[in-house]
Ligand binder design. Structure first.
Ligand code: SAM
Length: 298
């Protein structure tokens, strides 16, 4: 395949050269069902996992068997597990030892289930990813698939009164560790700076024309809506990537006559409370899957 040089995004005519759009049907099963038997149960503790169907869709569409897939912020290893089940190889980096250990355990579990690719998860700071992987990985990867951490407080899991014997519903696993090297604890500006560094390093691992797929969605911080997709696109552009495709990865189930939202207990409670306070909030129905490529600029 010949890699055409790309015009800078700012010079594209939005009418004649807009990006292709597509919708990924990735929410037909809820997250627990997608993971049951395929991931070790302790994986559920991670507060910000990617839906396995989203990882699978991206890997199937942007790579071929035996290609190498990278996830610089791999959490419990969703990208790695789905990649090796599809016969690709994969390398992940994860800052927190707890999640890196779970990623390794999930890789072993997938191998026991017959996954044919090979993968590893390295504990480290992905801002130095090009120094964490062996030199022969540079320029070899076909896809970087990732999702950045958005903040240190997440929806997590719930323990009901029936589970705990105590009067109120309790949250647990709703925070990353308190280590400041985890970008989840940084200000938005620092998070995006760190993310840009990570993507700059990842670009060195990609082949010319290799893909970057990021799943992101807007968040609220202190009641203010933050457009994470636009910030992530800007970080990727600063790292030298060229926008290629805009995709909607569905979190809802498409039924015969309706779309059914899938939301955690706390998403439902937060949305109901916000509505009572006059905020027009909706349950999330999709994530943006932003696809870019590593191309020489014209
Ligand atoms: C949104 S989660 C990714 C979850 C992953 N896709 C999965 O399905 O498990 C982002 C991850 O980035 C990790 N992280 C934060 N700062 C990091 C850094 N500097 N280097 C590597 N990983 C980092 C967090 O610990 C968290 O697990």
């Amino acid at each position: 395949m010949t890699i055409q040089p790309a015009l800078p995004f700012s010079e594209l005519d939005p009418l004649t050269a807009d990006l292709p759009l597509s919708v990924w049907v990735t929410g037909q099963q809820d997250s627990r069902t997608q993971r049951r038997g395929r991931y070790i149960p302790a994986s559920m503790a991670h507060p910000g996992k990617m839906l396995p169907a989203i990882a699978r869709h991206a890997i199937e569409h942007y790579t071929k068997p035996d290609d190498l897939v990278i996830d610089p912020m791999c959490g419990i290893g969703t990208t790695l597990v789905e990649a090796i089940h599809l016969g690709r190889d994969a390398i992940g980096v994860e800052y927190e030892q707890r999640w890196a250990n779970l990623a390794l355990a999930n890789i072993d579990h997938a191998a026991d289930q017959g996954a044919t690719g090979g993968a590893t998860a390295i504990r480290g700071d992905a801002r130095h990813i090009d120094e964490l992987v062996s030199k022969d990985v540079l320029g070899r990867a076909s896809l970087v698939l990732t999702s950045p951490p958005y903040g240190d407080s997440l929806h997590g899991q719930v323990r009901t009164t029936r589970d705990s014997g105590r009067p109120n519903v309790e949250k647990y696993d709703n925070h990353y560790s308190r280590d400041p090297g985890n970008l989840a604890h940084r200000s938005l500006e620092e998070l995006m700076e760190g993310f840009t560094e990570i993507l700059t390093g990842c670009r060195k691992l990609l082949k010319p024309g290799g893909f970057l797929a990021m799943t992101v969605r807007p968040i609220r911080r202190c009641g203010v809506l933050v457009d994470i997709p636009t910030l992530a696109l800007a970080a990727a552009a600063d790292a030298g990537f060229t926008p290629w495709e805009r995709c909607v990865a569905l979190l809802v189930r498409i039924g015969e006559n309706a779309l059914t939202a899938r939301a955690s207990f706390f998403q439902q409670v937060n949305t109901a409370n916000a509505r009572k306070n006059g905020q027009p909030l909706h349950l999330p129905a999709h994530e943006d899957a932003l696809i870019l490529r590593s191309m020489p600029l014209a």
